[in-house]
Ligand binder design. Structure first.
Ligand SMILES: [Zn+2]
Length: 315
């Protein structure tokens, strides 16, 4: 289960590993917290008044197209996009938006989906949101809260049968070492690098980079990721920086999508190359109760009761 803030985040973060797992038979569920109704039109070719006026409906259709390209199921949590605050001083967040929702109240909708879909692995953003959009930070908050509560019968007793997901990951796809490696390779190849300018203000932070625990090889699916991204036509400029790095170069230089294991109820050895590492088969009953697992999973689902890594606090 991938929990994302807006339609398009599922295609810009972790999409190639998603496509790989889907191809291997894993049932992947994308949860989209908001409808992206305050998103700007970021593709100049789509920046027309009739697009702005119907942005919510257009983004819903874009999401359906991306969903079908990735081969996932998808649900909306139904919260209202908080928008990207701009100005000095920053304006207050709009009333009723996702970022202003009470975390414990908002997490209930996600707990309900976790108990219904019964994921073994959940992904979300780190505590800084990956980038500091208020909806991304709130997405982190409710994901961590729901991961901690979904298996506890005392929490949200009206939100379905308790189900404890086994592992929680944060996306680290946009890490600096990757940008450096791709930038060098682009310049060596005599190509214009979209990373050169960004790297000027992107300070080294080895401690942050060391948080990556898990690198999932998925370069065979970069092409699927790009098609899913292009489906979000209001958000993605087909001539923009997303597509500036040739796929052959990306596959050679950085063939993985990278994650941080933030919490685990199974034993696993770090570093990992698989989000399902440590989840193996011995407990047929648990597999049967897991219901919607794919054929790849059925061979290796095992549940352990003991938490090996502390669940982070939801604040
Ligand atoms: Zn977003």
């Amino acid at each position: 289960m991938h929990v994302h803030a807006h339609p398009d985040d599922e295609s810009s973060k972790g999409a190639a590993s998603t496509a790989r797992y889907v191809a291997e038979g894993v049932d992947v569920h994308v949860v989209t917290c908001t409808h992206g109704e305050r998103g700007s039109v970021l593709n100049p070719k789509m920046d027309r008044p009739e697009v702005q006026e119907n942005i919510t409906e257009i983004r819903r259709v874009e999401m359906e197209t991306a969903r079908d390209i990735l081969g996932v199921r998808q649900d909306w949590l139904g919260f209202v996009d908080s928008g990207w605050p701009e100005g000095d001083p920053l304006p207050p967040l709009p009333e009723g938006c996702f970022a202003l929702e009470d975390v414990d109240v908002a997490a209930e909708r996600l707990v309900r989906l976790m108990r219904d879909f019964r994921p073994h692995v959940v992904t979300t953003y780190d505590e800084k949101g990956g980038y500091p959009h208020p909806d991304h930070i709130q997405c982190h908050n409710i994901s961590v809260a729901a991961f901690a509560a979904a298996g506890d019968p005392a929490r949200y007793p009206d939100a379905g049968e308790p189900w404890q997901p086994l592992k929680l990951y944060y996306h680290h796809g946009f890490n600096r070492p990757r940008a450096v490696a791709l930038d060098e390779a682009m310049r060596e190849a005599g190509l214009d690098s979209p990373f050169t300018d960004r790297l000027k203000d992107w300070k080294e932070d080895p401690e942050w980079d060391a948080r990556i625990t898990t690198r999932v090889p998925c370069s065979d699916f970069f092409e699927v990721r790009d098609r899913a991204l292009l489906a979000h036509a209001t958000q993605i400029d087909p001539d923009g920086w997303w597509f500036a790095v040739p796929l052959e170069l990306q596959s050679r230089v950085w063939p993985t999508e990278d994650y941080e294991l933030a919490a685990s109820h199974v034993e696993t050895q770090l570093p990992e190359d698989d989000l399902f590492a440590g989840i193996t088969t011995t407990s047929a009953g648990r597999v049967a109760s897991a219901g919607r697992v794919g054929p790849r999973d059925e061979a290796r689902i095992e549940t352990h009761d003991e938490a090996r890594i502390e669940t982070p606090a939801p604040d």
